[in-house]
Design a binder for this molecule. Structure first.
Ligand SMILES: Cc1cc2nc3c(=O)[nH]c(=O)nc-3n(C[C@H](O)[C@H](O)[C@H](O)COP(=O)(O)O)c2cc1C
Length: 183
């Protein structure tokens, strides 16, 4: 199978996640293409792929514009073929903020008009050394609220790699099963 992983990343965690997924999917023996939707590429045709993983991260309660453009342009094929949407956020790292993480996905569906057959919320990372004062303020006061068990002035990765591997494995084996059923 040919699988396209299209992603948007601002500080790099979603890119890291997608690279890891690409290695996993390639190990299963499938062909994988990674597409950074912020880069203008004319050589990628979504119609050439059998399945899709679309991933983006959340900043100020919204996924990147470029992933919305990609989805808007590819909606038909994304709806016709197996697709998994991965939303990377900090909210997904904290039990009581899971409703927020789910609401970012619901907003994405509203904004793009694409309802992915499969979706996953994944905890991202804090890369404090890369933030300016305002980004740090947003993270501390808007995203984390009054949590006192975590200080976002140090870099920290919250992504649960084992869970992610399991979820991607399940998605891919589901498609393989479906394909076998068709032949
Ligand atoms: C300025 C800023 C705003 C953010 N806003 C949100 C937010 O509204 N909700 C949330 O859950 N996470 C928020 N985050 C956390 C990011 O989603 C998290 O750091 C993620 O790992 C970023 O992924 P990326 O490196 O692929 O861009 C924000 C991070 C920054 C730096």
């Amino acid at each position: 199978m040919k699988i396209l992983i299209a992603y948007a990343t601002t500080e790099g965690q979603t890119h890291k996640i997608c690279k890891t997924i690409a290695e996993q999917v390639a190990e299963y023996g499938h062909q994988v293409e990674l597409l950074d939707t912020a880069r203008k590429r004319r050589d990628i045709h979504t119609g050439d792929f059998d399945a899709f993983i679309v991933a983006a991260s959340v900043h100020q309660e919204k996924h990147q514009d470029e992933i919305e453009v990609f989805v808007a342009a590819s909606k038909e094929v994304l709806s016709a073929k197996p697709a998994l949407f991965i939303s990377v956020s900090l909210a997904a790292a904290f039990e009581e903020k899971i409703p927020d993480a789910n609401s970012y996905v619901a907003d994405f569906i509203d904004r793009t008009g694409w309802t992915p057959a499969h979706s996953l919320i994944v905890a991202g990372a804090v890369r404090s050394e890369e933030y300016d004062y305002f980004q740090q303020q947003i993270l501390e006061h808007v995203v984390l609220g009054d949590r006192d068990d975590f200080q976002p002035d140090e870099a920290q990765e919250f992504t649960d790699w084992a869970e992610l591997t399991k979820a991607v494995g399940k998605f891919v084996s589901g498609i393989e099963k479906q394909k076998r059923g068709q032949t």
